[in-house]
Design a protein around this ligand. Structure first.
Ligand code: PLP
Length: 406
């Protein structure tokens, strides 16, 4: 399986790059439900371990179903990008059991005691807790700065040489604030600092951070990449292939490997990524415009609205603004609870990126592990509602919201 010259659009690659011939002419990639792989003789076993011969060894180290998904996602993240020699940009993806497992590999492989990770407010709740509650136990510091000011970030990196990584989530959860990835990569690379980008809300169809210089791209594949809410998963992608070999060692040791059943579901989901994202985005802008003019709503945080602080940046950096948004009701917490309880079609659930519209309450759910003062700095008030706009008929979504807002 490789970058195929016939794939001029991402939709074709998403469908056909997953048709790996694993030997039996199966139309779909089979589920390799096997923990281990046999060797023809002792020599072959030795050679696979030393890397002298290709071949699978043990499913925590690699599995054929998982490899197909990794190559598929790598192709999409690097789609249309070429190296200086005109060849497609080779990327290495490592699939994990969850986004959090991929996150653990990302940081534990790249930083050590004494290092600092620089990031911004309004991160996924689990990322914030990992950086600020978990990593400090191992002598790693996390620091928040306003990444919308690349000049002051450059100054900070000059002053504090312990900063070894910058972690960006763009668009970020649930403020939908965006960061200028190219500007941050430039100042970071001037100081030898690596940049990772959580691209979960955008997907490679809407935004390709490697185009802007990112060193690592991260996804919770649980969300839009799977798209159907059938499995948990995460992926870490890198462009420095020797470095990715080291990262892969950490991944194997941490043991958060993807299982082939969930991976099969992920592969089926990724095939319709472009089709789904187009419809998610078309529905979302209409929903955002409806909410924006509704008298019960005080603010809509959606990077596709001109009122959003990163509207222009998002228009430059992304193909469309995505399908996740948050909004506040004028009457605060009580109104939020009433609204959520009155929904008839949209589902009350955390997560994003499924076929159905999901509505949740960050302060009491996804971000309840954060301190209240940190939540407030991240723009998560007690009355804030997060919504992932699904693929239902947009008129039905809006009608449901309208009757629930009364
Ligand atoms: C869901 C999510 C994660 C964590 O991924 P899991 O698959 O739940 O472990 C990280 N970042 C973002 C932006 C997410 O939405």
């Amino acid at each position: 399986m490789n970058h195929h010259p016939i794939f001029s659009e991402m939709a074709s690659a998403a469908i056909h790059a997953a048709q790996s011939d694993l030997g039996q002419n199966a139309h779909l990639v089979p589920v390799y439900a096997t923990s281990t792989f046999t060797f023809d003789n002792a020599r072959q076993g030795m050679d696979r371990f030393s890397g002298a011969a290709p071949g699978y060894i043990y499913s925590r180290f690699g599995n054929p179903t998982v490899t197909v998904a990794e190559e598929l996602i790598a192709i999409l993240e690097g789609f249309g990008m070429v190296q200086d020699n005109g060849q497609p940009l080779p990327l290495k993806a490592i699939l994990h059991a969850s986004g959090q497992a991929a996150m653990a590999t990302l940081f534990l492989a790249n930083i050590a005691a004494g290092d600092t990770v620089l990031t911004h407010y309004s991160l996924y709740g689990g990322t914030h807790e990992f950086l600020f509650d978990f990593l400090p136990k191992f002598g790693v510091k996390a620091l928040i700065a306003d990444l919308h000011q690349p000049e002051s970030v450059a100054e900070l990196l000059q002053q504090d040489r312990s900063i070894k990584m910058i972690h960006i989530e763009s668009p970020a959860n649930p403020s939908m604030r965006c960061v200028d990835i190219a500007a941050i990569c430039k100042v970071a690379h001037d100081c030898g600092v690596k940049v990772s980008v959580d691209n979960t809300f955008a997907t490679p169809y809407l935004q390709q951070p490697f185009r802007y210089g990112a060193d690592f791209v991260f996804h919770s594949t649980t969300k839009f990449l799977n798209g159907h809410g059938t499995a948990i998963g995460g992926v870490l992608i890198g462009k420095d292939l020797p470095l990715m070999q080291k990262v892969n060692k950490t991944a194997k040791l941490l043991g958060g490997c993807a299982n082939p059943f969930d991976t099969f579901l992920l592969i089926q989901g990724v095939k319709t990524l472009e089709l789904r994202m187009k419809q998610h985005c078309s529905n979302a802008i209409q929903v955002a415009e409806f909410l924006h003019t509704h008298p019960a709503v005080s603010i809509v945080n959606f990077n596709g609205l001109p009122s959003h602080p990163d509207y222009e940046l998002s228009a430059r950096q992304m193909r469309h603004p995505g399908a996740v948004m948050s909004f506040e009701l004028k009457d605060g917490f009580e109104a939020a609870v009433r609204f959520i309880d009155r929904l008839q079609m949209c589902l009350r659930a955390v997560s994003v990126g499924t076929l159905d519209t999901l509505v949740s309450h960050p302060a009491s759910m996804t971000h309840s592990g954060m301190k209240k003062e940190d939540r407030e700095k991240a723009g998560i008030s007690d009355g804030l509602i997060r919504m992932s706009v699904g693929l239902e008929s947009v008129g039905d979504i809006i009608r449901d919201l309208e009757q629930a807002l009364i």
